[in-house]
Ligand binder design. Structure first.
Ligand code: SAM
Ligand code: SF4
Length: 349
C-alpha cells in the first residue's frame, strides 16, 4: 500500500488554506489523537459495557483515509500524533498505517508518533513500532494482581500485558504506565504499582475516572478523587513538584524514594483546559474539539466526497473556530448519568 506524501508548508500567510491551526483562544493545535478502531480485546469496566455494540465496518475510515486525515493535520501544523482506540493494535493492518505515517517523522514534519495501548499485542508489534520510529508509548495497567486484572478488564490476562511491556522495553521503547484509580478496586495497590513502574524505569500516571459513556454500572461506585489518592500516597512517599509537562493535562511530581516520575490527571477536579493544544478524531472521522464536550465535526464526508483536500481543510478550519474554552465534567449524586454519552473507546483516551 502506498500513500501520497503531503507537502508541508507552515509559513503560508493567514488566509491561505495551509496556515497552522490556531483556535479562538490563541491556542495552536499541534497535537492530534486518532482513534483507529472502537474495538478492543478487553472490556474494562470503566470504559465499556460488557456487551458493546461496535460500529459497522463501513462507517470506519479505511487505513488510506486515516493516513490522509492524519497527514492533512500534519500539513496544518500538528507535530504530535497519538494513535489510540479502542485498542489500536487490534486494528487490522495497523502497522501499514504506522509505517506510512512514519514518513512524516523522516521529513521532520512530525515530532512524535506514539500510541496508547493496553499492551496485549506488544509482544507481536513492539519491535516493528520501534523500527518505524516510535520512541515512546503509553501502556494502560491498573493492577498487577491477575484476578483483579481479570475483574477490571473482564477477561484480560495481566501476564500478557507484562510480556508486552518486556517486549517494548527490549525494543528500546520508553514506556509510561497509565493507571485509572478505582474506588475499592486498586486504591490499596497504587503505591505498589508506582514502586514497580519506577523500578523498571517507567513513568506512571494515575488517572481519575471520567464519566464517559454508559457502562452499565453506577459511576459513583468507581469514582475516587485523586486528592484522596495523593494524600494516601503521601503517607508512603515524599513528592517533589516538577515543572515537567508532557504537553498534556498531567501534573508531575518526583517520588523521592524511587527517583521516578509520577503524574496525576484530574479532569474532574482540576481544569487543565487553558493550555489545551489537542483535538481528537474518531475512527469514523468525527473531529471532537474537546474531550468533554459534545460538539463535533464530520470529516469523513469531505474525505469521501473529494480526492482533493480543500473541503477537508475547510471543515477542519470551521471546527477549530468552535473549539471551546474548556469542559465541565460532573459526577455527583444528582448526575448519575454519564456526562457524555460517548465512550472513551470512541473518542480515544
Ligand atoms: N485500549 C488502549 C488502552 O487501554 O490504553 C487505548 C484506549 S483507552 C480508551 C485509553 C485510556 O483511557 C486508557 O488509559 C484507559 O484506562 C483510559 N480510560 C478509559 N475509560 C476511562 C474513563 N471512563 N475514565 C478515565 N480513563 C479512562
Ligand atoms: Fe479496551 Fe483500553 Fe477501553 Fe480497556 S480502556 S476496554 S483496553 S479501550
Amino acid at each position: 500500500m502506498t500513500f501520497a506524501a503531503p507537502t508541508l508548508d507552515l509559513d503560508r500567510p493567514a488566509g491561505s488554506p495551509l496556515r497552522p491551526l490556531v483556535d479562538p483562544f490563541a491556542r495552536p493545535i499541534t497535537y492530534l489523537r486518532v482513534s483507529v478502531t472502537d474495538r478492543c480485546d478487553f472490556r474494562c469496566v470503566y470504559c465499556m459495557a460488557e456487551h458493546m455494540a461496535f460500529l459497522p465496518k463501513a462507517d470506519l475510515l479505511t487505513l488510506e483515509e486515516l493516513d490522509r486525515l492524519c497527514s492533512a493535520f500534519v500539513t496544518r501544523g500538528v507535530r504530535k500524533l497519538r494513535l489510540t482506540g479502542g485498542e489500536p493494535l487490534v486494528r487490522r493492518g495497523i502497522m501499514t498505517l504506522v509505517g506510512s505515517l512514519s514518513r512524516h517523522l523522516k521529513t521532520g514534519a512530525l515530532e512524535e508518533l506514539t500510541l496508547t495501548t493496553n499492551g496485549s499485542q506488544l509482544p507481536k508489534y513492539a519491535r516493528e513500532l520501534a523500527d518505524h520510529g516510535v520512541k515512546r508509548i503509553n501502556v494502560s495497567l491498573d493492577t498487577l494482581d491477575p484476578d483483579k486484572f481479570r475483574a477490571i478488564t473482564r477477561w484480560g490476562e495481566v501476564d500478557k500485558v507484562i510480556a508486552g511491556i518486556d517486549a517494548a522495553q527490549a525494543a528500546g521503547l520508553h514506556v509510561k504506565i497509565n493507571a485509572v484509580a478505582l474506588k475499592g478496586v486498586n486504591e490499596d495497590e497504587l503505591g505498589g504499582l508506582i514502586a514497580w513502574a519506577h523500578g523498571r524505569g517507567m513513568d506512571i500516571t494515575v488517572i481519575e475516572v471520567m464519566p464517559l459513556g454508559d457502562i452499565g454500572e453506577d459511576r459513583l461506585t468507581q469514582y475516587l478523587p485523586l486528592s484522596m489518592v495523593r494524600a494516601r500516597l503521601a503517607e508512603r512517599f515524599s513528592f517533589e513538584d516538577l515543572d515537567h509537562s508532557s504537553g498534556g493535562p498531567a501534573r508531575y511530581v518526583r517520588v523521592k524514594e524511587t527517583g521516578g516520575r509520577l503524574g496525576f490527571i484530574t479532569p474532574m477536579t482540576h481544569n487543565f483546559c487553558e493550555s489545551c493544544n489537542r483535538v481528537r478524531v474518531t475512527c469514523t472521522g468525527t473531529l471532537y474539539m474537546c474531550l468533554g464536550q459534545e460538539d463535533a465535526a464530520d470529516l469523513r464526508s469531505p474525505l469521501r466526497t473529494s480526492e482533493a483536500n480543500d473541503a477537508l481543510y475547510t471543515a477542519i478550519d470551521e471546527a477549530i473556530l468552535r473549539k471551546p474554552k474548556g469542559h465541565d465534567f460532573v459526577i455527583d449524586r444528582r448526575h448519575k448519568r454519564p456526562a457524555l454519552s460517548r465512550h472513551m473507546s470512541v473518542t480515544g483516551g
